[in-house]
Ligand binder design. Structure first.
Ligand code: FAD
Length: 247
């Protein structure tokens, strides 16, 4: 992409086509192909990784676990690891394990081998209460998701014709903010453009200032939250985290 042209930004597509747009919005997630047009910064590994699994028809197949999870979610915390089981619709439950580990922790494990991953997780959570371990015993496929983040308060010098929103702009630990921010920002960018007809660049600048301020606050909260929730002694940290509100 060639940003900052007088008539907008020129995009080079993989099939060789080139096209110029008034505004290119990089809403293309953590590994944004648009971000390099405005910022040289890339996401870094947070030191915390996650392996996710799920259970189907939990009310019928696993009524004890369904009662444990209730209508919402259940979380359990230990030294440098945690597990959250969250009820979705239709009796589907997502189970997220999180633990501190080097990025290459799975070098000797075939991540495509569900039984090997299950055994590895059961060893990692050895000694935890049987119902918590049952969430892993009954899980189906396992998905590995190392957590990456952009630096807290990532901003860039405004470039005419290009902007970012969502994870592309402010990838942060997944503690309940990212999708909400991305949706809100999409709406706010549209609103900013619609209410400043004739001055697209000014509308985008105003949007960026607002996004940066709010995303910076959430990045700080979620970064501190991940540090505390997956830590050697999470008990005190959880009590503190529950009281944190964005300003
Ligand atoms: C395990 C986990 C749990 C989470 N839980 C929550 C939660 O409870 N609440 C919450 O608010 N957030 C949560 N999040 C964070 C949330 O998922 C993200 O912040 C959100 O999806 C970001 O939205 P986005 O549109 O910026 O990026 P994405 O959702 O990543 O969407 C980007 C889109 O761009 C497309 N794309 C990428 N590159 C290209 C390209 N070159 N050309 C065309 N298309 C492209 C991708 O295919 C994708 O569809 C969670 C994240 C994880 C990993």
């Amino acid at each position: 992409m060639v940003p900052g042209q007088q008539d907008g930004a020129q995009v080079h597509f993989a099939d060789g086509r080139q096209e110029t747009f008034d505004l290119v919005v990089g809403a293309d997630g953590a590994w944004s192909r648009t971000r390099p047009a405005v910022s040289p910064v890339a996401p870094h590994y947070t030191g915390v990784t996650s392996v996710e699994t799920s259970l189907d028809d939990v009310d019928t197949r696993h009524p004890d676990l369904a009662r444990l999870i209730g209508d919402g979610s259940v979380s359990a915390y230990g030294a440098n690891r945690s597990l959250v089981a969250q009820r979705n619709s239709g009796g589907h439950v997502k189970v997220y394990t999180k633990f501190r580990a080097p990025l290459d922790w799975h070098t000797h494990l075939d991540l495509a081998d569900a039984e090997a991953v299950r055994a590895s997780l059961l060893a990692l959570f050895d000694g935890w209460a049987p119902p918590i371990l049952d969430l892993l015993r009954h899980g189906t496929a396992f998905v590995h998701r190392p957590f990456y983040a952009l630096p807290v308060s990532h901003t860039w010098t405004h470039v005419p014709g290009v902007t970012l929103l969502g994870d592309a702009a402010h990838l942060m630990p997944p503690l309940g903010a990212g999708a909400n921010l991305a949706m809100l920002e999409g709406a706010e960018l549209a609103e900013s453009i619609a209410t400043a007809p004739g001055d697209l660049d000014e509308a985008v600048r105003a949007f960026e200032e607002r996004m940066w301020a709010r995303a910076g606050r959430w990045a700080k909260i979620t970064t501190a939250g991940l540090e505390r929730l997956v830590s050697p002694d999470p008990a005190e940290a959880i009590a503190q985290f529950d009281q944190v509100q964005p300003s």
